[in-house]
Design a protein around this ligand. Structure first.
Ligand SMILES: [Mg+2]
Length: 152
């Protein structure tokens, strides 16, 4: 289905949905940003007090629960699309630009397997290097220790 409709087509469908109900008066950036946040909270509520393995199991085996999660996810995306319509944001353009920025902030050689924020990455790498040097020293010490006792 994702390959059957474009973002622009979705934006147009939502534009018509809004116009058919005269809801444009409510679709200002402040209201829509709040709506995105509220719907994100509703999505989080579906996971509240559950463990990640429990959530994954429920999503896999409980169709009603999965549908509820999908509905909350759809609410968020719909409000994001409405926000883009209300603020004349070209979604594809801004996402491509943001991915480009994130690629610079989080180059794979620094960010691989690390969840630190970009401004802490260098520090983390330095810490890893220091740990690595200590590990090498320890390995060398162990080798020398074994050689020393083998001679005796
Ligand atoms: Mg909702």
């Amino acid at each position: 289905m994702d390959d059957e409709i474009t973002i622009l087509e979705l934006k147009k469908i939502l534009q018509k949905f809004k116009e058919d109900r005269n809801w444009g008066q409510f679709h200002d950036p402040k209201n829509l940003a709040e709506a995105i946040s509220i719907e994100a909270g509703e999505l989080q509520e579906k996971f509240l007090w559950r463990t990640v393995p429990g959530i994954l199991e429920k999503l896999k085996n409980d169709k009603e629960y999965k549908k509820e999660v999908e509905d909350e996810f759809a609410d968020i995306v719909i409000f994001c699309l409405n926000f883009a319509n209300a603020t004349d944001i070209d979604i594809s353009k801004v996402i491509k630009e943001k991915i480009k920025k994130n690629n610079k902030k989080y180059p794979p050689e620094k960010a691989m397997g690390v969840s630190e924020k970009y401004n802490k990455l260098l520090l983390f790498i330095n810490l890893q290097k220091r740990v690595s040097v200590k590990m090498l020293l320890l390995i060398e010490l162990k080798k020398q220790f074994l050689i020393f006792f083998k001679k005796k």
